[in-house]
Design a protein around this ligand. Structure first.
Ligand code: G6P
Length: 479
């Protein structure tokens, strides 16, 4: 790899700050593939990560030391520099909550209940102005922070306009944009106001290389370019010609970081959780799911599938427990608050219908606890992952890699992970509750040898492109 400076830009950064009782600031490393992917690249290169301040503590940190050189505990990041942007709260709220999360996320995950939403009125157009301003703040920070010929890796739908903003002013930069979400097909993307759809596509086409997690999402993007920009796509090479340049579109199927996960999952706090969970569920079979409480994760239909299994197969009463960890997410979006209540309501109904004095069929936990999730990954007999649509779904890859005795995977065909894991998972249509219930039963009743053999193959596919190589592949594509 050459040594040119690397810049990364993402809305959520690699650290979050908190304020101690004595008023001093502390920081904590965030999770995710991108942070571990950078560990190799950053160790040998000058790296600057630009992100948004997301909390009051982040804003205090950003105001006191806009650019910090941080050693992220446990990771040799070679003292990577992190620059947090203190974007005015109203601009940030409109860009992040309204445009990015309530609109672009909904479009790419096809989440709208169309009789009422979306509605693109003058209020939305004002929010869009703030989305532009927020993208411009990132572009400005990247321009200020970059040396000649630096490589810039822009992340996700929040920052779709950044590549073009950079290109216009600094043709020397080599720019990649990576989408961690699915991409909407033209039939759905056309819901966006025409000028805004075009601005998004043209914004991304400012990059030299565009990366997606699945071929399905890359193809959908290319089709949108054909339909809305009327550009020529070379489908054999998977390139688009735009503005006198050729942009290539690649698929980089991020895999699990088995090494670092296994070392974390072997720690004492995870063992303690394992013992505690085992005491709670006894020797019953365990169905596990771990998600953010996120509309696209389809938690309610998953719970309903468990209910249907219990209704139709009383022989499983008292012999199975469903551990559902649904961690808080995006509480500023009203649909998420309603969905969280719905998840809790259905969970309660299931326990009322089937629970006995000695058996709680469903254990729903809503507070985020990473070591407890790892303990559950190790113990799961069956892993349920049934999103309506998902860029990848790393849990589908991480949990099998940690399994103590092999787990069976019930997986939505609409997750990017189904591309690699489809052969050994039990694939389901996420809308089909009955099919999901049948798959859960098949998974519970799978014989031990078959379950272990399938899980071994799942792990092989799930770890084929670890974060480090995933990131290096993208940098290499910039040459
Ligand atoms: C998805 C997105 C990420 C985002 C994450 C958590 O994985 O692709 O960009 O950071 O969700 O969402 P949040 O809104 O809490 O950052």
């Amino acid at each position: 790899m050459d040594k040119a400076q690397i810049l990364v830009a993402s809305n959520r950064g690699p650290v979050s700050f908190s304020i101690n009782e004595d008023g001093s600031l502390d920081y904590r490393r965030g999770g995710g593939g991108l942070v571990s992917g950078l560990s190799s690249a950053a160790a040998t290169t000058d790296t600057l990560w630009v992100c948004a301040a997301l909390s009051d503590a982040d804003r205090t940190a950003a105001a006191n030391a806009p650019e910090a050189r941080l050693d992220l505990a446990g990771f040799d990041l070679g003292g990577m520099r992190v620059r947090m942007l203190d974007i005015p709260p109203e601009t940030f709220g409109n860009a992040y909550t309204r445009v990015a999360n309530s609109t672009l996320w909904f479009v790419h995950h096809m989440l709208y209940d169309t009789p009422n939403k979306p509605r693109f009125d003058s209020a939305f157009r004002a929010e869009w102005e703030d989305f532009r301003a927020y993208n411009a703040a990132f572009a400005e920070a990247l321009l200020t922070g970059s040396a000649d010929n630096a490589r810039v890796a822009v992340q996700d739908y929040h920052l779709a306009l950044v590549p073009r903003m950079l290109r216009g002013r600094r043709p020397d930069l080599r720019i990649a944009h990576f989408s961690h979400t699915p991409w909407a097909p033209p039939e759905y993307f056309r819901m966006l106001p025409a000028e805004i759809g075009r601005e998004l596509l043209e914004g991304m086409l400012g990059a030299d290389h565009l990366g997606f997690l699945s071929r399905r999402w890359a193809d959908a993007f290319l089709r949108c370019c054909e339909v809305f920009l009327r550009v020529d796509v070379d489908w054999a090479r998977r390139t688009v010609e735009f503005g006198g340049r050729v942009i290539d579109v690649g698929v980089h199927a991020l895999g699990a970081d088995a090494e670092s996960l296994r070392s974390r999952a072997g720690a004492a706090d995870v063992d303690e959780w394992r013992t505690a969970l085992r005491e709670r569920v006894g020797d019953r079979k365990l169905i596990v799911r771990v998600d953010r409480t996120e509309l696209s994760k389809n938690i309610v239909r998953g719970l309903e599938a468990f209910r249907e299994l219990l209704r139709e197969h009383p022989e499983w009463h008292g012999r199975v427990t469903h551990l559902a960890f649904a961690y808080p997410s995006r509480g500023d979006v009203p649909e998420y608050r309603e969905y969280t209540e719905q998840v809790q309501r259905v969970a309660k109904e299931i326990n009322q219908e089937f629970g006995t004095s000695s058996w709680t069929p469903l254990v729903l936990e809503v507070n985020d606890d990473f070591p407890r999730s790892l303990a559950a990954y190790r113990m799961a007999d069956v892993l349920l992952i049934n999103p309506i649509r998902d860029g990848m779904n790393l849990v589908a890859k991480e949990a099998p890699a940690l399994s103590d005795d092999g787990c069976a995977l019930v997986l939505s065909s609409e997750a990017g992970a189904a591309d690699e894991l489809g052969a050994d998972a039990l694939l389901v249509n996420p809308y089909d509750v009955s099919e999901t219930a049948r798959a859960l039963r098949t998974a519970l009743e799978m014989d031990d040898d078959e379950r272990r053999a399938r899980c071994e193959r799942l792990v092989e596919s799930a770890t084929a492109l670890p974060p480090r190589r995933w990131f290096e592949d993208q940098l290499r594509a910039l040459k």
